[in-house]
Design a protein around this ligand. Sequence first.
Ligand code: ZN
Ligand code: ZN
Length: 308
Amino acid sequence: MLPYHTLQEAEISLGRNLTFAETLWFKYSAQKSDYILYCHNTLFLFIFYTLFPIPFVILELLGSKKIDKYKLQPKFKNSFSDMMECYKKVMWTFVYAVGPLQVLSYPVIKWIGIRTSLPLPSGTEVFWQLVVYVVVEDYANYWLHRLMHSPWGYNKIHRVHHEYTAPIGFAAPYAHWAEIIILGLASFLGPLMVPGHMLTFWLWFILRQLEAIETHSGYEFPWSPSKLIPFYGGAVYHDYHHYVGGKSQSNFASVFTYCDYIYGTDKGYRYQKNVFEKQQREIKHPQSTVFDMIKVSNIENSNPVYIV
Ligand SMILES: [Zn+2]
Ligand SMILES: [Zn+2]
């Protein structure tokens, strides 16, 4: 709750007029407790994991050839009921595990020092805080995900997420409840190191959700704005991890590609990609994705060539 009763009080306190964004924030948040503002994050979790995968569901159901050329594993088709089943399971996991955790974590947010007050952070401050959040989380997730691929971690927890060898948008948070909580905790590390405004905190979690959905969408579009982000892995990168499945020791990072490069866990992926590109150049094979290439070479050679 803001420590001002009126806009005038806020302006006197800041010694200047409020910006348009600050006025909006004042009107929205002045009468709401910090706890209620923090709980918005739980609401966003349900809203964005419901709405953002819908365009990918529509693309899947349309099944047009024009669109299927952007589908990473076009031979895998999901019916509407398959996708709804995934969605329902995800929402139940949120209800009994993630929602309560988000609400109970409020004291941590207060302790970290996430503020709701005025002034609002500048665009530059928000940008650099988000950079820190994503880099820290990506690094932590790389190692946590790698641990999940230990025999115990995989069999007890991570195998649920790998039930989808060809991911769909709704399957981004489809995982054992323990995995959602463990990997979710990594999202708090950045704000813990560089605490910011509640708006930045909301934005961080929303962007992270959108990224996870895009990465699991099963589609790679050349015009996606995420292509502009340096070292961004994207859908093809993570799809390969799912495609190879439980024995995968490749492409662990959730957002960027450099951790896998530095620690040598992208060798299988790069090998397959190079073979595919060479094949495209020399044999002019008609297949359009690295996944088709792997499947074709398996069939042709009758000898699996997975390099994980
Ligand atoms: Zn995995
Ligand atoms: Zn995944």
